[in-house]
Write a protein that binds this ligand. Structure first.
Ligand SMILES: [Zn+2]
Length: 187
């Protein structure tokens, strides 16, 4: 996001940072696709420290019977173990969908420095869309937030997933109805 910087603030590092951001969001996107293969809502996240991925996660709430098993939660847990620290100072979290209130709260607690997310979640997003928990002065930590990187790809992955799921539900309903009709005729 160099648009609102003065020319003096734009240095060669910005180009490197942009390339890195694209690389890490691409990895989060791949993780989101793994979630989809497991019939989970396709969201992926990575935590990066000093240019290296130290935590990865994809949505696994259904698989693990765990409502807290969001991509960000799993990535942050792994990063904490890796750093042997409950604070993720100077870390950046990349995620394909704007964090929910639970995960936004987690990011504040974990002291992640930067949050970069792809698609906004207009209904329940807590990094500026429906709420803003990551940059509120009432909490004791605020994150730098950037939005928009790979948002088209990540949004399409999500909308494709929900479309397919609606279609499958409809087909299942139809099949059940047909089966019930056959049972009626047989009785
Ligand atoms: Zn969440």
């Amino acid at each position: 996001m160099t648009a609102d910087k003065t020319p003096a603030e734009i240095n060669s590092n910005d180009k490197d940072n942009e390339l890195n951001d694209a690389f890490f969001m691409q990895r989060a996107f791949e993780l989101a696709k793994i979630a989809e293969q497991h019939d989970e809502i396709p969201v992926g996240a990575v935590v990066v420290y000093q240019g290296k991925i130290i935590g990865e996660g994809f949505n696994q709430s259904i698989m693990l019977n765990d409502p807290s098993a969001h991509a960000e939660m799993l990535a942050v847990r792994q990063a904490g173990k890796r750093l042997d620290n409950y604070r993720l100072l100077d870390c950046t979290l990349y995620v394909t969908l704007e964090p929910c209130p639970m995960c936004a709260g987690l990011l504040v607690h974990s002291r992640v420095k930067r949050l970069i997310y792809a698609s906004p979640d207009l209904k329940t997003g807590a990094a500026g869309s429906a709420f803003n928990l990551v940059a509120t002065s009432q909490l004791n930590h605020q994150l730098e937030v950037e939005q928009g990187l790979m948002s088209v790809e990540c949004s399409e992955l999500l909308s494709g997933f929900f479309k397919r799921r609606r279609r499958e539900k409809k087909a299942l309903k139809k099949a059940v109805k047909k089966l019930a009709g056959n049972t009626d005729k047989n009785s």
